[in-house]
Structure formats: structure tokens, C-alpha cells
Design a protein around this ligand. Structure first.
Ligand code: NDP
Length: 334
């Protein structure tokens, strides 16, 4: 086979504030010939995620920063084109962390086989992928149970809508906040949320108090900032917080001061637990069984926004910070 020409997105400069197209380049490369124990994969869908913004800074965190002049990485679903390893054969569908590129070569240990009968295959970046797993882990982390009143921010985003649907399946009363009327409608009518409100139109705490006059038991935090502050006020005694994400601050050059009402942690004996989904990969098969079961039974919807073409991946990524996605933002490769 002649060598494969692949296009990939590289980070060429580190963003200050909101990333711009100039921080990235679409670069053509030629893959090396396939060696023993290697597999050639063509990506079908790639994921763009808010956490990637943190990796664009030159700062140590729980994952290393992206390198300049190198392809970015991230979640992807692809099809095996050629295999020199017995574990995979052409036509197999796999997930990997080799996103932001059209083709790649990997070892079998870097690939995870998925069922190609499950459609659309982008679901492996959404409810059946890391997104769904983050929602599932978050609910387990603070033992969300029937009867709990749970408030979820970023509710119409990838993790938020799954967390809400799973909480409904557990028998909770579910409240969500999102940034447009259309998203609020989707949460109520398609995802079964009991209440959803637009955090941009009226004060968050006012809307939360209207939705839950006696307070909330759990806050699933995807956004931080003012919404976290409102939730701290609305939580009941012994309430729990899942600290999943804080997108409202990801583009800040200087971190914002914390909530002014943090004393609620003490006064109400609250618990706040942080989560990094990759710590939980040993529970992946349990997640796949439970959440895959809900999906196959039609009890869980995969909400997504699909953008087509690797040349639109950067726009799709930047669009996350402007609320351009409903559900999981995925890029379909031609
Ligand atoms: P989303 O799909 O929710 O991300 C984009 C959405 O965030 C937008 O559509 C927008 O919705 C909302 N948003 C953007 N800017 C703001 C802002 N300033 N204030 C409030 N909302 C904003 O992403 P994910 O579901 O993938 O991730 C959700 C959160 O969870 C993120 O913070 C992410 O980093 C985190 N995460 C954490 C993981 C972990 O292991 N801890 C794993 C995966 C994700 P709107 O229109 O409603 O404003």
C-alpha cells in the first residue's frame, strides 16, 4: 500500500483568552509504512471538548499541555483500514485518543473496539463515550438517588443533558440551566427535565429558587462562576456538589475569585467532590453495560451537534465557548 496522506490540526500558538483560528493550522502529513503490531485507522468522527482549552496553556495540570507544532489529541471514533495485529481487522470500529486528524497508526493497546451496529457511531463520543461516562461517574460520586432534587448547569451541553436524563431514570427531580430558549425547550421536551431555565435572561438564584422553593440536594457543576454561587445558596443542609467543570472561567487570563458565599459549605455541612473521568476507566465496562442498556432500550437520547469536515474542527471547538452546540459537539470527517 502506498503511504497515506493525512491532514491534522496542530496548535501553532497559545491562545490568550478565547482561542482564535490563528492559534491553529491544518497541516498535511505522510504516514510511515505500517509495522508489525500496528493498526492503520481512518477517523470517522472527532471530538472537540472544553477541557482541551486548559491544555492549550503552557501550564501543568492533571493532563500535560499540548505541544506547539504537533497534532492535538482527543477522543475519536474510526474505522480500521489495515491491521498488522491479530486483535483488529479491517472494518472494525474503534475509539481512541488520536483525534484532530484524518488517519493515524496505533498499537492495539491504544484502541478500544466498539460495536459498529450501534448507530450513529458518533454515539461513542456522546452518551456511550467519555461524555456519558462523566455524567454517570458524577452521579455515582455523590450517590444521587430517587427523590433527590438535582440542579445541573451547562445542562444542554454534552455531559449535562446525559446527567439529567440519567438522574430522571434514577427517580430524581431534575432542574437544568442553559443559555437559550431553544436549549431550555429541548431539555424539557426531549430530555425529560422537570424544569429548565435560561441563565442569561434573569438572575440565576431567582430562577433556581422558583424551580426549587425548598432548596436542592445536589448540584452538578459544569460551569462554575455565578452559577456555582447560586447553587451554594440553594443547597439544603448536607447537600452535595459534583465539581465536574468550570467552563465560565476557562478563557480567563487571570482566575476569578471564588464564590463570595463559600461559608455555606460550613453552615450547611456541604460536600463538594471533584472528578476526573479518566480515574474511573476500570469501571468502563460497568458503565457500558448500564448506560448502553438504557440507550439500546430507547430510554436515553444521544443529543449532538454535528459539524462536517476537519477544516471546520477549529470553529466547532471555539463555538463551545459561545454555546453553539446542543448536546455533544462532534466533527464528522468526509
Ligand atoms: P459542553 O457541551 O457543555 O460545553 C459547551 C457549553 O458550555 C456551551 O454549549 C455553553 O452552553 C456552555 N458555556 C460556554 N461558556 C459558558 C459560560 N461562560 N457560562 C456558562 N456556560 C457556558 O461541554 P461538556 O459537556 O463536554 O463539558 C461540560 C463541563 O464538564 C466542562 O466544564 C468540561 O470541562 C467538564 N468536563 C469534565 C470532565 C472531567 O473529567 N472532570 C470530563 C468532561 C467534561 P450554553 O449555551 O448553555 O451557555
Amino acid at each position: 500500500m502506498t503511504n497515506i496522506i493525512s491532514r491534522e490540526i496542530q496548535l501553532v500558538s497559545r491562545p490568550n483568552g478565547i482561542p482564535t483560528a490563528d492559534n491553529f493550522a491544518l497541516v498535511q502529513t505522510e504516514l510511515e509504512p505500517l509495522q508489525e503490531q500496528q493498526v492503520l485507522v481512518r477517523n470517522l468522527y472527532i471530538s472537540v471538548d472544553p477541557y482541551m482549552r486548559g491544555r492549550m496553556n503552557d501550564r501543568k495540570s492533571y493532563v500535560p499541555p499540548f505541544k506547539l507544532g504537533k497534532p492535538l489529541d482527543g477522543g475519536a471514533v474510526g474505522e480500521v483500514i489495515e491491521s498488522h495485529a491479530k486483535e483488529f481487522k479491517p472494518g472494525d470500529v474503534v475509539t481512541s485518543n488520536f483525534g484532530w486528524r484524518e488517519y493515524f497508526i496505533a498499537s492495539p493497546q491504544e484502541l478500544h473496539l466498539v460495536n459498529r451496529e450501534v448507530q450513529p457511531l458518533s454515539v461513542y463520543l456522546g452518551v456511550l463515550g467519555i461524555t456519558g461516562m462523566t455524567a454517570w461517574v458524577g452521579l455515582n460520586l455523590v450517590e444521587v438517588k430517587a427523590g433527590d432534587i438535582i440542579f445541573i448547569s451547562g445542562a444542554a451541553g454534552a455531559v449535562g443533558n446525559v446527567a439529567g436524563q440519567l438522574a430522571k431514570l434514577r427517580g430524581c427531580r431534575v432542574i437544568g440551566s442553559a443559555g437559550s430558549l431553544e436549549k431550555v425547550r429541548m431539555l424539557r421536551e426531549e430530555c425529560g427535565f422537570d424544569v429548565a431555565f435560561n441563565y442569561k435572561t434573569d438572575p440565576i438564584l431567582e430562577q433556581l429558587n422558583l424551580a426549587a422553593p425548598d432548596g436542592i440536594d445536589v448540584y452538578f457543576d459544569n460551569v462554575g462562576g455565578e452559577t456555582l454561587e447560586a447553587a451554594l445558596s440553594a443547597l439544603r443542609v448536607h447537600g452535595r456538589i459534583v465539581a465536574c467543570g468550570s467552563i465560565s472561567g476557562y478563557n480567563d487570563e487571570k482566575p476569578q475569585p471564588g464564590p463570595t458565599n463559600l461559608f455555606n459549605m460550613i453552615a450547611k455541612r456541604l460536600t463538594m467532590k471533584g472528578l476526573i473521568v479518566s480515574d474511573w476507566l476500570d469501571r468502563q465496562s460497568e458503565f457500558e453495560q448500564e448506560v448502553g442498556g438504557y440507550f439500546q432500550a430507547g430510554k436515553l437520547k444521544n443529543q449532538e451537534t454535528v459539524v462536517t469536515g476537519i477544516d471546520r474542527a477549529v470553529d466547532a471547538f471555539i463555538g463551545l465557548f459561545d454555546g453553539k452546540n446542543v448536546g455533544k459537539m462532534v466533527v464528522k470527517l468526509n
